[in-house]
Design a protein around this ligand. Structure first.
Ligand code: 3PY
Ligand code: MG
Length: 261
């Protein structure tokens, strides 16, 4: 399936996504009414695995949102299953070394870029949809181009190797995880700390140089535009559960203030 998020990134369209944690297809249908560009089915912090992720990917496709998935770990099945059920990209947490990212390229990309294992799966209609209708070589190249491998920069180890990691063939972009990166740097939650800002600058510069995109996570709606101004290509805004709680809280505060006896 064509990756609309990739097209938006190439067009500089400033896509905005969110993390999906609530584990219900109805939530995805509701998100489909919001104008969000992508969601990340969170197999790291969310309670679900590849089997339910397939249902969420289906719901996202029907709702016009590009489905990405965050892996539970760095392992072949963790990457392969999410791509085979049709996630259009994998976000991979807790990366520390260049070798880990080389392994991820092997898991996520077909040869000659990597060593992804092949089987007709949901991603290509179990062999009955384009690109499975073409030569296997065309299918492999298409999948390599349309599925995004997005390691997270959220450890000092990854940060120290970011130029090499961003430069690897098969890495499409980098997702900066501010919570874990700041924790790893010994300045937890200090997102305005000069060292933290220097780290963001370093990742952005490394990605630009390598021709890869960068996305950043924030739970604050007013930081999204700031992130784009800083030069991030996509922004990941909050998570479904947080936005729901926040919206109800704000509405109820207003309601109670206006309805005070
Ligand atoms: C982080 O901030 O560490 C993330 O991974 C975003 O969810
Ligand atoms: Mg993290």
């Amino acid at each position: 399936m064509k990756n609309i998020l990739k097209e938006k990134l190439a067009a500089g369209a400033r896509p905005v996504g969110t993390f999906f944690e609530l584990g219900s297809e109805s939530v995805i249908e509701a998100l489909g009414k919001t104008g969000l560009d992508f969601l990340i089915v969170d197999n790291e912090h969310g309670p679900f695995e590849a089997e339910r992720t397939a249902d969420f990917v289906r719901a996202a496709e029907l709702s016009g949102i590009t489905p990405l998935a965050r892996t539970r770990e760095i392992s072949r099945p963790a990457v392969l299953k999410l791509l085979d059920v049709g996630a259009q990209g994998v976000v991979v947490p807790d990366v520390h070394t260049v070798d880990q990212v080389r392994a991820l390229v092997d898991y996520a990309k077909f040869s000659p870029v990597g060593k992804r294992g092949f089987c007709p799966t949901r991603k290509d209609g179990w062999g009955f949809e384009y690109p499975a209708t073409e030569d296997l070589r065309v299918n492999m190249d298409y999948c390599n181009s349309e599925t995004l491998l997005i390691p997270q920069c959220e450890t000092v180890g990854c940060l120290e190797n970011i130029e090499t990691i961003a430069g690897l063939e098969g890495v499409d972009g980098i997702f900066i995880g501010p919570f874990d990166l700041s924790i790893s740097m010994g300045i937890p939650g200090q997102f305005e700390h000069p060292d933290f800002l220097r780290a963001l600058e370093r990742v952005r510069t490394a990605c630009r140089k390598a021709g890869k995109f960068t996305t950043y996570f924030t739970v604050h709606a007013d930081k999204v535009a700031e992130g784009f101004r800083f030069g991030f290509d996509a922004m990941t805004f909050s998570l479904d559960a947080r936005v729901l709680i926040q919206a109800y809280r704000e509405a109820l505060q207003r309601i109670r203030a206006e309805a005070r006896p």
